[in-house]
Design a protein around this ligand. Structure first.
Ligand code: A2P
Length: 279
């Protein structure tokens, strides 16, 4: 009989609600995306957010560690086996200073309680759907752009993304390019479904083909003339908005000026807003 080697494996501390990183992509010094395993029982609607994070540093007095959690829009669609997130890196940010260093195989905490207002249920039926975003506010639209219902419910999708610099547009640009070869969507919605999307990236602090804040380009009408579409009309148009607080307030004012009413899960309307959380 062979001798049996006994290993006294130390118990590895298990995170509460732990999920495992499956992919990490860095876009710029301040932007990255990552994918994690999805809890088997987690259902969510494309466009919603969850709380994710890591264990914080031990309390200097008690030595106890508490989870450090932040709200993150889920960037993957509801049908995806995994979950994707798009994040800023803040060098002295309590969570993102650490989260930016995660590697494949590491664990993060993911609270399986999705919520949010950027969901199809919160909008009344319409023909044209605007997605207005700045910075990491693109994330919920990365989910909704991969959601078949988006194309079933609308004839046309206008995806605007405004960033300071050109490199910050890469995640969104790659995602939209990837839709062309997305087998599931091409099969479910029909080949060429992506032609329904009009992508309108703009920058404000670095030279690019289209410059300016989207708010300015709405006000001066360039958005509509560039895309050859009529001005925003409550009879046909709906909007979802995700960016900084100031951005959201400015777009809200423009939507209301155009005659659109804000909606919520409890009372669907003509536009909905969510703040891009981390940043
Ligand atoms: P700008 O460079 O003119 O401030 P931030 O990183 O500050 O959140 O900005 C992300 C992008 O959103 C930038 O291009 C910024 O333009 C733009 N932005 C910021 N605030 C607003 C606002 N209130 N209305 C429209 N665009 C905005």
């Amino acid at each position: 009989q062979k001798p049996v080697t006994e290993t006294t494996a130390k118990a590895v501390p298990v995170l509460p609600d732990a999920q495992t990183i499956t992919e990490v992509k860095h876009y710029t010094d301040s932007l990255f995306s990552f994918r994690v395993t999805r809890p088997a029982s987690l259902r969510f609607r494309s466009g919603e957010f969850v709380m994710i994070g890591l264990m914080g540093d031990p309390d200097p007095k008690t030595g106890k560690q508490r989870p450090l959690l932040r709200a993150y829009s889920i960037a993957s669609p509801s049908w995806d086996e995994e979950m994707e997130f798009y994040s800023i890196k803040v060098q002295d940010g309590p969570l993102t200073s650490k989260l930016q260093h995660v590697k494949v195989g590491n664990q993060i905490i993911l609270k399986p309680k999705p919520v949010g207002t950027l969901v199809h249920d919160a909008l009344l039926p319409g023909k044209r759907l605007y997605f207005f975003s700045t910075g990491t506010g693109f994330a919920p639209f990365a989910s909704l752009l991969r959601e078949p219902q988006t194309y079933e419910d609308y004839d046309e999708i206008i995806m605007t993304h405004t960033c300071r610099e050109v490199d910050e547009l890469t995640y969104g640009r790659d995602l939209i390019e990837g839709l062309k070869t997305d087998e599931l969507l091409n099969e479910v919605i029909g080949e060429g479904f992506w032609k329904k999307i009009k992508y309108y990236p703009t920058t404000t602090r670095e030279e690019s083909p289209k410059m300016g804040r989207i708010t300015t380009l709405i006000e001066n009408g360039e958005l509509f003339s560039d895309l050859d579409i009529p001005a925003i009309d409550p009879a046909t148009d709906r909007a979802m908005v995700c960016g900084s607080l100031a951005f959201n307030l400015d777009i809200k004012e423009l939507m209301e000026k155009a005659g659109l009413k804000e909606g919520a899960n409890s009372e669907p309307g003509e536009f909905v807003i969510e703040k891009a959380f981390v940043g």
